[in-house]
Write a protein that binds this ligand. Structure first.
Ligand code: UFG
Length: 344
């Protein structure tokens, strides 16, 4: 049996998919989540997929004592994957202190507790948002960090610095920072997936909700950008491929293969896809026609970003290889499953 991994935010979108892949790889998982943006029945979906129910503790990581109690209860925890965070860009502009308290205090508490409970390493969910609009594409891990556009983005930058400073100060832990591009899709079983609260802000849930008739029309935010078809370009990565990157990173820490005490990796496909290309790929792959219209630009959008992922391919021995059409088919299957279960 392999090591026990604490997955914070493990009932969320990326956390649940990562729990599945960790368990498939033989790791024991303890999930901690305060269920502020997810449901406890996600655990049932994980159990159905893997045949194994992960341990679950409803804990708020801002609460130091409650968090410490988790390490006391599960003394075998030897690694952490830290997903738990608030993640809505717009909301963070409205409620900056909520974002700073949630996202920063949680990490500080974990970093303080790790040496005390002999936890070897932590993988942190960062984002390509730290690069802002890059001057050179694709972005590498050495590309300059741009001033954050939102308190949410700022918490990612600050948390990366908190990890660097803590390890520089001599804390006996290792860290791998993963900078994700745009995670999409759902598990092929459609037993877990992305569950946005209210009106989705992200492209894929809005798109699939439009395709099934919950929303009338998808607005494409701008077709006058400096890109081949005028719509914005992103690097859309399949959530299951992304989940597998965490397993590779955790194994690298557990097997003492890291070359630096903090390693940073871009996690994407290395390819850019425009909003219009994505809509076309969705229609091709599912046979469903999408009602959309071009509207004005959305404030704060980056024009184009995609990643150079050579470092992750080489050092983590990992690659995002699921074709976009297949990924979009899983997103659609998930939306249909939600309808079947009368959830949406
Ligand atoms: N888009 C539309 N219509 C919509 C929603 C989105 O045209 O209804 C477009 C956006 O303009 C953008 C693309 O689809 O060009 C992707 O938008 P998302 O909101 O899905 O994703 P973003 O790239 O804006 O943001 C994502 C995460 C953020 C994170 C950011 C950078 O949601 O949390 O990537 O990492 F900060």
């Amino acid at each position: 049996m392999k090591e026990t991994i604490l997955v914070t935010g493990g009932t969320g979108f990326i956390g649940s998919h990562t729990t599945v892949e960790l368990q498939n790889a033989g790791y024991e998982v303890v999930i901690v989540d305060n269920l502020s943006n997810s449901q406890a029945d996600v655990i049932d979906g994980i159990e159905k997929i893997t045949g194994k129910r992960p341990a679950f503790e409803k804990v708020d990581l801002r609460d130091y004592d409650a968090t410490e109690a988790v390490f006391r209860k599960y003394p075998d925890i030897s690694g952490i994957i830290h997903f738990a965070a608030s993640k809505a860009v717009g909301e963070s502009v409205q409620k900056p202190l909520m974002y700073y308290r949630n996202n920063i205090l949680s990490l500080v508490n974990l970093l303080e507790l790790m040496p005390k409970y002999n936890v070897k390493g932590i993988i942190f969910s960062s984002s390509c948002t730290v690069y802002g609009q890059p001057d050179v594409l694709p972005v590498t891990e050495e590309s300059p960090i741009k001033k954050a556009e939102s308190p949410y983005g700022n918490t990612k930058q600050i948390n990366e610095e908190i990890i660097q400073d803590t390890i520089k100060s001599g804390s006996p832990i290792k860290s791998i920072i993963l900078r994700y591009f745009n995670p999409i899709g759902s598990h092929p079983t459609a037993l877990i997936g992305e569950m946005p609260n209210g009106v989705p802000q992200n492209l894929i849930p809005y798109l699939t909700q439009t395709a099934i008739g919950i929303r009338e029309q998808l607005s494409v935010f701008g077709d006058d950008y400096n890109t081949p078809d005028g719509s914005c370009i992103r690097d859309y990565i399949y959530v299951v491929d992304l989940a597998k990157a965490h397993v590779s990173a955790m194994t690298r820490i557990m097997e003492d293969k890291t070359e630096e005490s903090v390693e940073i990796y871009n996690i994407g496909t290395g390819r850019g896809t425009s909003v219009l290309e994505l809509i076309n790929a969705f229609e091709q792959s599912t046979g469903v026609k999408l009602n959309y219209k071009i509207v004005g630009r959305r404030a704060g959008d980056i024009e184009k970003v995609w990643g150079n992922v050579d470092k992750a391919n080489e050092k983590l021995g990992w690659r995002a290889d699921t074709p976009l059409g297949d990924v979009l088919a899983t997103a659609w299957k998930w939306q249909l499953a939600l309808r079947e279960r009368n959830i949406m």
